[in-house]
Ligand binder design. Structure first.
Ligand code: AMP
Length: 396
């Protein structure tokens, strides 16, 4: 796997695909700078070698049209502050404006190109557009894990114009290694904790990881499809009746593969999907009509705790309750605490995919787990066992 450490950028122009798709407030201030900070080491390596950096990214969903609200010019000052270099800005990512700005760029300088998605060709993966981008650099670096699952012009197609001169940035390399550590080289016992709303959105992940884990903890809304399939009463809990056969099949596959599946035994049930609803702890298979399970119960959490504390490698994807409501967040917080404890004891813990990162950030677990993935969809696709096009294009 080639990373930027295999290159010396002295006198070279590095074309870097970053993920600067950051949240902005109504005054266009960046409200979360983590994605910019995540790209900083890669940019600094290029500059410290004596090269110059041309940064390209998308911001929002302008759908192929110029939209001043989604201009990357809004973030130029924030990027400058974080990188510690005054970043120049080109009002277009291709064409004369961009070409001229690139031509003037000197060693040690950084140029930020305007939003790639102002051109429909970006998401279409257009080859001529990719070639126009490729003209800007001597070496292509992909450091945008968040878009590595998209075969867009700047994430994938552009790489073909850099045979022998393309590599992963530090961030993308770190993401790839973290996934490998869980899915291939993880120390046993390996435990996956899968929560979230629906079996249907996690099924491919479950099928893929059954070959790689020793324990599978199932929590959250998915629980009830499994419980009902096994003959339990789940009351008004979220349940996918058409996925019950699938749930039984997963349990059978797990047994055949020697994977221990841990499902909640008790839950915090509520009489409405509301933070202020009446609640009671009930056995997971005896939820009365009119009640729905919205969080894990104490016996369940004790069981999960034991499994997690005995694990050496932990993957966490999806909350075990409706964590957005304070009264149903305790289970998810407890899981975070157990993973924290296991990590302190030496386990490797990876959190990522979909909403998991939001939960982790909200409860302050970010610095307590070994690695928090920066890519929601890209992480989910990796866990499903798919080769991401943006990664394949570099390895090519
Ligand atoms: P996902 O994006 O699939 O990881 O799902 C995350 C969502 O699952 C969160 O918004 C949670 O509120 C929701 N969720 C977790 N547990 C439950 C539950 N018992 N009932 C309904 N939704 C749930």
């Amino acid at each position: 796997m080639k990373t930027i450490d295999d290159y010396n950028f002295d006198g070279k122009k590095a074309l870097i695909r970053v993920d600067f798709n950051v949240p902005l407030d109504s005054d266009f201030n960046v409200t979360d700078t983590s994605r910019i900070e995540a790209a900083k080491p890669t940019i600094l390596k290029v500059l410290e070698d004596g090269g110059s950096a041309i940064l390209m990214s998308h911001l929002g969903r302008p759908k192929g049209k110029v939209n001043p609200d989604m201009s990357l010019s809004h973030i130029c000052e924030t990027v400058s502050e974080i990188i510690g270099v005054q970043v120049k800005f080109a009002g277009n990512c291709v064409g004369k404006v961009a070409d001229d700005a690139v031509a003037e760029l000197k060693s040690g300088e950084v140029l930020l190109l305007e939003n790639l998605r102002f051109h429909a060709e970006e998401e279409a993966g257009d080859t001529s557009f990719a070639e126009a981008l490729a003209k800007h650099g001597d070496i292509y670096i992909n450091d945008a894990f968040g878009t590595a699952h998209r075969a867009h012009a700047s994430t994938t197609i552009v790489a073909q114009f850099f045979p022998g001169n393309k590599c992963f940035g530090y961030l993308l390399a770190k993401e790839i290694k973290a996934i490998e550590k869980v899915m291939q080289t993880g120390e046993k016992p390996v435990t996956a904790i899968l929560g979230g709303a629906k079996v249907s959105s996690k099924i491919t992940i479950i099928e893929n990881i059954l070959d790689k884990v020793d324990n599978l903890i199932i929590g959250g809304g998915m629980t009830y499809t499994f419980v009902k399939a096994k003959g339990g009463s789940v009351g008004d809990s979220i349940c996918e009746d058409d996925k019950m056969d699938l749930a039984l099949d997963i349990l059978k596959q797990a047994e055949a593969k020697g994977v221990k599946v841990h499902i909640p035994v008790d839950v915090l049930a509520a009489d409405a999907f509301d933070n202020n609803a009446n609640t009671q702890f009930v056995d997971v298979d005896k939820i009365p009509d009119g009640w729905q399970g919205l969080d894990a119960g104490p016996k369940t959490l004790e069981n999960f705790k034991e499994v997690i504390l005995n694990s050496k490698t932990i993957l966490w994807n999806g909350p075990v309750g409706v964590f957005e409501m304070e009264n149903f967040a305790q289970g998810t917080i407890a899981i975070g605490n157990y993973i924290d404890e296991a990590t302190q004891k030496g386990a490797f813990s990876l959190v990522g995919g979909g909403d998991s990162v939001a939960a982790v950030k909200q409860f302050g677990f970010e610095d307590k787990v070994s690695y928090v993935s920066t890519g929601g969809g890209a992480m989910l696709e990796s866990l499903e066992g798919r080769t991401l096009p943006g990664i394949a294009a570099i390895l090519d």
